[in-house]
Design a protein around this ligand. Structure first.
Ligand SMILES: Cc1cc2nc3c(=O)[nH]c(=O)nc-3n(C[C@H](O)[C@H](O)[C@H](O)COP(=O)(O)O)c2cc1C
Length: 403
């Protein structure tokens, strides 16, 4: 074991280590999903169910996992999804994520709800940083916010559109965790039972930055966000629609991507509106509980839009082989949020970097085993006995019900 390994040989190791280091409510907020966690489990099962064949006696000594996205060179087709809570798992967490991504040469996405100012995260990312926007009910505030994102230097913005109402995460009701963070008796008990987290995260946060706050929210909005119910009213607008996206398209000069889609219908609308990409995502099983795994959607979405925009997916990737599988089915890039959060909880920037390193070395190994020298060579040829959906066809062949 090298000292930089942290004793973690895979993402599951980091997850188990993170579980021990975080108060239960915070760990479950990161790790668990909505309702019965059907989508959460299915995201992994679908990746596991796909089998890839090895190829032998091919010279793969000059292989590379490197590629590019929107003209930007990256070490592998992988990026860090936006997560609101990196600052809860280690002090200044979002900056650590951005630094780790810059060191590895992959994309990191700063979240609207992050606990560190966007300018600080942008500077740490050395050009590898995208911004994730949540549109608010107040259109003027959203517009001013987009101007701030532009001024900070971001070139690619990803608008998350699957959060129009709050999620039903029943474990949060039971464990006392809520965002904005409220110190309920259950959460206080968990925090006190974890003096390590208090010393590593809570105390430095209070000393350096004060209480945990969504610091990027404009004051007008932040002042109203004292209760979760009120937060939903201002930040989860169930009236949002494609006109809101068009308004942002008009003022945003960079690459524009929408995140949280699950259908070819919506992806075609995104392409028709001049967007540069979509992130097929079920938010890691955190919203619509019986949503399909994004991996399953790639072929049908690719068949519908061709190369009109980039198809990125997240939700469930935990191995380098998962990146290869998604690329084989037609994705342009894979993202995930939890693996690097687990890494951050274990060892801050070094832990997030370890998660990225695991993905990269695993992807490199699988490329060698499947006889591939470059990302462009990854095609569905490597899949053994692919299921129907992998051909871009729906599994459903039954009778159509008319009434
Ligand atoms: C703790 C946590 C916080 C998240 N916060 C956000 C957010 O603020 N904005 C957003 O678009 N997605 C958010 N997501 C969803 C991620 O961007 C991503 O879709 C999800 O993590 C994918 O699942 P995976 O990490 O299991 O692969 C969050 C996910 C987690 C686990």
């Amino acid at each position: 074991m090298k000292s930089g390994d942290l004793g973690a040989y895979n993402i599951e190791d980091l997850r188990q280590m993170a579980r021990k280091r975080l108060p239960r409510g915070i760990f479950e907020y990161i790790d668990r999903g909505a309702e019965d966690e059907i989508a959460l489990r299915n995201n992994r099962e679908v990746y596991r169910s796909l089998k890839i064949k090895n190829r032998v006696l091919i010279d793969v000594s000059k292989r590379s996992t490197a590629t590019e996205i929107f003209g930007h060179k990256i070490t592998m087709p992988y990026g860090i999804s936006p997560t609101a809570s990196a600052g809860l798992v280690c002090e200044g967490g979002e900056v650590g994520l951005a630094k780790a991504a810059a060191r590895m040469g992959v994309i990191c996405t700063a979240a609207t709800s992050s606990l560190t100012p966007m300018e600080e995260i942008y500077n740490a990312g050395e050009g590898n940083i995208w911004f994730q926007l949540y549109m608010w009910t107040d259109k003027d505030l959203t517009k001013a916010f987009v101007e701030r994102i532009k001024a900070a230097g971001f070139k690619t913005m990803l608008i998350t559109v699957d959060g129009s109402v709050g999620a039903n995460r029943e474990h949060n009701y039971r464990n006392g965790f809520s965002m904005p963070l409220k110190y309920s008796p259950r959460l206080i008990a968990q925090v006190l039972a974890n003096p390590g987290w208090c010393a590593r995260v809570l105390a430095p946060q209070f000393l350096k930055r004060g209480a945990f706050r969504k610091v990027n929210y404009p004051t007008e909005l932040a002042n109203k966000l004292t209760q979760a119910e009120i937060e939903h009213e201002y930040t989860k607008p169930d009236s949002q629609n494609w006109d809101d996206i068009k308004r942002i398209r008009d003022i945003w000069p960079g690459n524009l991507v929408v995140k949280g889609l699950q259908s070819s219908e919506d992806t075609v609308i995104a392409a028709d509106n001049g967007l540069q990409g979509v992130v097929l995502s079920n938010h890691g099983g955190r919203y619509l509980d019986t949503a399909p795994a994004p991996l399953q959607l790639i072929p049908e979405v690719r068949a519908a839009v061709g190369d009109r925009l980039k198809i990125i997916i997240d939700s469930g990737a935990r191995r380098g082989s998962d990146i290869v599988k998604a690329m084989a089915l037609g994705a342009d890039m894979v993202m995930s949020g939890r693996p690097t959060l687990f890494g951050s909880a274990v060892a801050g920037e070094a832990g997030s970097y370890r998660a990225l390193e695991i993905f990269q070395t695993e992807m490199d190994r699988v490329m060698a085993q499947t006889g591939l020298n470059s990302v462009d060579e990854i095609t569905s040829q490597i899949l053994w006995n692919p299921p129907t959906w992998a051909h871009g066809e729906s599994e459903f062949k039954g009778e159509q019900f008319t009434d």
